[in-house]
Design a protein around this ligand. Structure first.
Ligand SMILES: C[S@@+](CC[C@H](N)C(=O)[O-])C[C@H]1O[C@@H](n2cnc3c(N)ncnc32)[C@H](O)[C@@H]1O
Length: 271
């Protein structure tokens, strides 16, 4: 296959920025080339130029989504950055919230959403919250959303889940499914997934008591970060909790957020 030319790389970068706000520095050229190459070969195309002409045309259909799926990074696991979950639990108890709604705003395969579900499931069992809690997971990638709905995970991604919770909320695979774990239907019924592009206006969503927007801002450039944080925190109830990845630094917003710890904020009540 012909190597990825600089001009074609630029076209891909611009397209991805336009569509989902993703920002790829020049150093990511080899990564983009290696992620797209198998797909291009599978389609029987000659080179990257032919592929870009397809995804940048009105005939792109599902192929544009396929390219987004290939170029987004979906790494995630259960109870990633545990202090956020501990803080949320303490806060829900202190605020005596009964009907809790949570948004996992870049949910990837759903590990984050089901981690929250386990926590809320436990609080429900103790009678701390009502049974009508709900979690919405959204992402731009159809592929991860399909997997999230099926709720089947490799055991390795559940390494931070306690044995007690594994027993209570999960079914262990046997035979061909050895090494896989499925979330039980009782927990799944309060968790829903849908497609949402964070860089586009959001209609009719929330407001939520808690929003997780973790490990996605790193893929956006400065102005897009600000725009996305503003859009997402507008869906958070005053007094609600907002989480970003601990490595994602401080966020600039018009919405007044009080820092509570690394990557953790409370939306001020007088907003
Ligand atoms: C690294 S994962 C983070 C998963 C989870 N929040 C966590 O912290 O473990 C980033 C996710 O952001 C999604 N994403 C990237 N750009 C997006 C956009 N413009 N709108 C919505 N989701 C996006 C990707 O598809 C990917 O699943």
């Amino acid at each position: 296959m012909t190597p990825l030319r600089d001009t074609t790389f630029r076209k891909i970068v611009n397209l991805m920025h336009e569509i989902c706000g993703l920002s790829f520095p020049d150093s990511k050229k080899p990564l983009i080339a290696s992620r797209l190459a198998p797909r291009i070969q599978r389609l029987g195309m000659e080179d990257y130029d032919e592929y870009v002409s397809l995804i940048d045309s009105p005939q792109a259909g599902g192929e544009l989504q396929m390219a987004i799926d290939l170029l987004t990074t979906n790494e995630t696991y259960f109870f990633r950055e545990q202090p956020h979950f501990d803080l949320m639990e303490r806060d829900l108890i202190e605020r005596k919230l009964r009907n809790v709604s949570v948004w996992s705003a870049a949910s990837s395969f759903g590990d984050e959403a089901y981690s929250i579900a386990m926590l809320l499931g436990d609080l429900q069992r103790k009678g701390t919250i009502d049974p009508h809690w709900s979690i919405l997971g959204t992402d731009i990638s159809d592929r991860v959303l399909r997997a999230a709905t099926q709720a089947v995970f490799p055991e390795d991604r559940m390494r931070e889940v306690s044995d007690e919770r594994l027993k209570r909320y999960c079914l262990k695979g046997e035979g061909e499914s050895e090494g896989l774990v499925q979330i039980k239907p009782t927990l799944r019924e309060n968790v829903h997934f849908g497609r949402l592009n964070l860089t586009e206006p959001i209609e009719d969503l929330g407001p939520f008591d808690v929003v997780f927007l973790r490990n996605v801002l790193i893929y956006f450039d400065g102005p897009t970060k600000v725009e996305v944080v503003e859009r997402v925190t507008s869906r958070l109830k005053p007094g609600g909790l907002f989480f970003i990845g601990t490595a994602e630094g401080r966020v600039k917003t018009k919405t007044r957020l009080t820092p509570l710890g690394p990557g953790a904020f409370r939306k001020e009540a007088d907003e």
